[in-house]
Design a protein around this ligand. Structure first.
Ligand code: AMP
Length: 345
């Protein structure tokens, strides 16, 4: 099992003032400001759009490339690996921290979602991040999030998998990400493969709306048990955390089967999916989906006649994706699989 190595603190030593000359420019709480100044790397905390625009403008005038890492905070090593990737591809990195109300359904965990801004800022300082953009909901949704103009996620990509159990979720995601792109106009933005469907939708949106920026993909960071890191893992008890490792085990098992090349018909895929789904349930999870899809567009193979083989003469990139509940907590994960298969005679 591939386990990601621990992250190293980056070696570059950029220094920026937390406050510009004009201290009215920032309206951060005193405790946050004091904390942010308490270690030797300082970080800009931006909470309002005009502050953000001014800072971005200044960096642009200096010819600097700007990298963006959008997050909902409660940072873990998965997020920090995105930060490192952004740092490798840009001169200044902004991490946005915003628990976005429009991507949560009415019965979801918006109110409970862990908000740990002070601790997040400390971690980002240690990673020499240049700025945190942590707006209030009013800053992102000036007319209120229930009166806002929502962007719609592409139907085919958005109305499957997580879109089925979370209606409107991806509309909220593209709405907030497009706003961040508009406000920051980054040169690169980094997103994790952990949220693979989200990543494809954002890449689609980027092509569709023609933003002059590059989307970078970051691999999934895992606990040593294989469990994908997630802010929601902290809802799990120790026992649930152990049980939840079945998701990664079943994904890995399925990839192994596929890559052996013996499973080539639609019926084979369905059998693999059914077996893995059963194993998840036996491990104490409530599976929502376990599915083998094309990696580029999430199409399933349901249109293939049951006994026929995939007509691919060249390697085909697949993605195996799963969502399951452990108690109240919804977990998702996925892995790539490369199908090497010769054209049927
Ligand atoms: P979130 O704060 O959950 O909205 O995630 C912010 C970004 O971090 C998204 O692009 C996620 O895909 C990415 N991310 C979350 N968990 C992981 C992980 N375990 N490994 C890599 N990226 C992750």
């Amino acid at each position: 099992m591939a386990v990601s190595p621990p992250l190293q603190r980056p070696t570059n030593s950029k220094r920026f003032p937390i406050l510009p000359e004009n201290s009215d420019y920032f309206e951060v709480s005193h405790s946050l400001r004091a904390k942010a100044m308490s270690t030797d790397h300082s970080i800009l905390l931006l909470q309002q759009r005009p502050q953000l625009w001014a800072q971005v403008r200044q960096w642009r005038q200096q010819g600097l490339r700007i990298g963006l890492v959008p997050t909902m905070g409660n940072l873990h090593q998965g997020h920090l690996s995105l930060v490192e990737q952004a740092q490798r591809h840009s001169d200044r990195v902004i991490v946005s921290i915003f628990v976005n109300p429009t991507q949560f359904g009415p019965s979801e965990d918006f109110a409970l979602y862990p908000r740990t801004l002070e601790r997040d800022i400390e971690q980002l300082k240690a990673f020499q991040v240049d700025a945190v953009f942590a707006p209030s909901p009013d800053e992102v949704y000036p007319h209120g999030h229930d009166q806002t103009m929502l962007l719609q996620a592409p139907l085919k990509l958005g109305d499957t998998l997580c879109g089925l159990s979370r209606p409107g979720h991806f509309d909220g995601v593209v709405t907030v990400v497009s706003r961040l792109f508009n406000m920051i106009q980054p040169d690169v933005a980094v997103f994790g493969e952990k949220d693979y469907q989200q990543l494809l939708i954002i890449e689609y949106m980027n092509r569709e709306l023609g933003y002059p920026l590059e989307i970078l993909r970051a691999p999934t960071m895992r606990e040593s048990s294989g469990l994908a890191m997630s802010s929601r893992n902290q809802y799990l008890s120790d026992e649930q955390r152990r049980q939840a490792t079945a998701i990664h085990q079943q994904l890995s098992w399925c990839v192994e089967q596929l890559e052996r090349g013996q499973f080539v018909t639609k019926a084979d895929y369905n059998a693999l999916e059914a077996q893995a789904t059963k194993a998840l349930a036996e491990a104490g999870l409530a599976p929502e989906y376990f599915t083998i899809r094309r990696a580029d567009n999430l199409h399933s193979f349901d249109d293939l006649p049951a006994g026929s083989q995939l007509d691919v003469g060249q390697p085909l990139a697949l993605r195996v994706l799963a969502a399951a509940r452990m108690g109240e907590t919804r977990l998702i994960d996925n892995l790539p699989a490369q199908l090497v298969q010769s054209k049927p005679a």
